[in-house]
Design a protein around this ligand. Structure first.
Ligand code: NAD
Length: 480
């Protein structure tokens, strides 16, 4: 019998919703728990509680909020092993990947604690005016009650990137986790509940997108929605939010490139291609799923990449040797398999992978796939697959590589591999992407921004930009 967990934390109290949401272990297809989900009424209750708490919370000092954020970071660190286990069982990630997520959450809360503390000294800064008969000061104030909607691929991380800056800014929060992976966030909610945050400041309503996400996006008591998820849903969130002219931040999909220049260290390039394509079983908005390789090294590169892909141990987190886990659920598994089949039909050549591993009869496992000869107008090349599928293509000039990389509706990230660092920096400048890594894996720091160009994002998370996303700007001008 799987446990039934209360999925609503409103005004400092846990309660159950009417909807029963089964939570599945993607490695075994067994049910881990049932989480009860809320509806429009629960959203309304949470918004009322948050609005009531806003008056007090918004007036606290940055130092007081920093203390709570640091306590949350300490609480996460204290429950590190439990959070790793929950993420692995609910999402399928190998333990080492889940550990990276948990450590990122700790770093994010500590970083925004520092920014909250520093904000006290920056409030009411004088603004230089061109005349002497007026003075002006600048205030940054929390924008109000904010709704945070997050996906299943990096559940805790995407939550922390929104929640830590929102609380640091002095906003009250309504969080809606993904109905697919709510377990780690419910544990995080318990940590936050024990951190001393006043009732109503932080609320959680688990539930489906249709019943909770949609009503949250439209609720007139919410000042801003910060959403991470698919483009299709992001557009709906923006449309609903438009009715009450609420602020919207969107972190959406990607179809990013890794550019391997002719002088690249081949082993490094293969490692980065594999990491960029297969980390989290390729279920990454930042997956560098289009690998562009200088024609003169294409053959040896492909040979090594195929060998690498074939060597990856695909297994559940229970297996110590696991290097890549399953896809998150059956729907995602079917979606990715359909993309692979359509890719083959489009004339693309599958070099390896894309099938269920022989030793995994259950679970949503797929072996790492590599395609070449992918038509530029095919879905395989243009759409986000969100699975362990790499498309590799040769290029004959730097200009062609940049043009291919930029020829997409997305613009989240890119990677460049080259021994010529000056050339790599110039290429980075020419790429339409919010984050470019040179000869580096996809390292992410709370201090650097996260977000992309074009249809990948609206706004930026992390860094000071992540905090500003939850602040209003006020100027007070006075006659002398
Ligand atoms: P999704 O869009 O299906 O769901 C995301 C969240 O929105 C979930 O909590 C879901 O319940 C909710 N939702 C669904 N319908 C809704 C509606 N009508 N109104 C409001 N909320 C609704 O995305 P997913 O499948 O959970 O996640 C995968 C997607 O997330 C991919 O496209 C990926 O690229 C994207 N993503 C982007 C980033 C980034 O930083 N850019 C990071 C992680 C994931």
């Amino acid at each position: 019998m799987s446990p039934v967990l209360a999925g609503l934390y409103i005004d400092g109290k846990w309660r159950s919703g009417d909807e029963q949401l089964p939570v599945i272990n993607p490695s075994t297809e067994e049910r881990l728990a049932i989480v009860t989900g809320g509806d429009a009424r629960a959203v309304d209750d949470a918004v009322h509680a948050a609005r009531a708490a806003f008056g007090g919370w918004s007036q606290t000092t940055g130092a007081a909020r920093a203390m709570i954020l640091r306590r949350i970071a300490e609480g996460v660190a204290a429950r590190r092993e439990r959070l790793i286990e929950l993420q692995s069982s609910n999402n399928g990630k190998p333990g080492f990947e889940a550990a990276i997520d948990v450590d990122d959450v700790i770093a994010t809360f500590n970083y925004y604690a520092d920014l909250a503390e520093a904000s006290d000294g920056q409030q009411d800064r004088a603004v230089q005016l061109p005349v002497e008969d007026f003075t002006a000061r600048l205030r940054r104030e929390p924008c109000g009650v904010v709704g945070l909607i997050v996906p299943w691929n990096f559940p805790m991380v995407t939550t922390a990137w929104k929640l830590a800056p929102a609380l640091a800014a002095g906003c009250c929060v309504l969080l809606k986790p993904s109905e697919v992976t709510p377990l780690a966030e419910l544990e995080l909610a318990q940590i936050i509940a024990a951190s001393g945050v006043p009732a109503g400041v932080f609320n959680v309503v688990c539930g489906t997108g249709v019943s909770v996400g949609a009503s949250l996006s439209a609720h007139p008591g919410i000042a801003k929605v910060s959403f991470t998820g698919s483009n299709a849903v992001g557009v709906q969130v923006m449309q609903r939010a438009a009715e009450t002219v609420k602020g919207v931040s969107l972190e959406l999909g990607g179809k990013s490139s890794l550019l391997v220049m002719a002088d690249a260290d081949l082993d490094l390039a293969v490692d980065l291609a594999s990491g960029g394509g297969y980390f989290n079983a390729g279920q990454m908005c930042s997956a560098t799923s289009r690998v562009l390789v200088a024609q003169e090294i294409l053959e040896p590169f492909l040979e090594r990449l195929v060998a690498k892909a074939r060597s990856i141990k695909v297994a559940g987190p229970g297996n110590e040797d696991a290097e890549m886990g399953p896809l998150v659920n059956q729907a995602q598994y079917r979606r990715v398999v359909a993309h692979i089949e359509a890719g083959k039909d489009s004339g693309a050549r599958l070099l390896c992978g894309g099938v269920r591993p022989a030793d995994q009869p259950r679970g949503y496992f797929l072996t790492p796939a590599i395609f070449t000869n992918v038509p530029l107008d095919s879905a395989l090349w243009r759409e986000e697959i969100f699975g362990p599928v790499l498309c590799v293509r040769g290029f004959s000039s730097q200009a062609e590589a940049i043009a291919l990389a930029n020829d997409t509706q997305f613009g989240l990230v890119a990677s460049v591999v080259s021994r010529d660092l000056d050339a790599a920096e110039r290429i980075a400048n020419a790429l339409e992407a919010g984050m470019v890594w040179i000869n580096a894996p996809q390292v992410i720091f709370p201090q650097a921004s996260w977000g992309g160009y074009k249809q990948s994002s609206l706004g930026r998370e992390l860094g000071p930009w992540g905090l500003q996303a939850f602040q209003e700007i006020k100027h007070v001008v006075r006659a002398v």
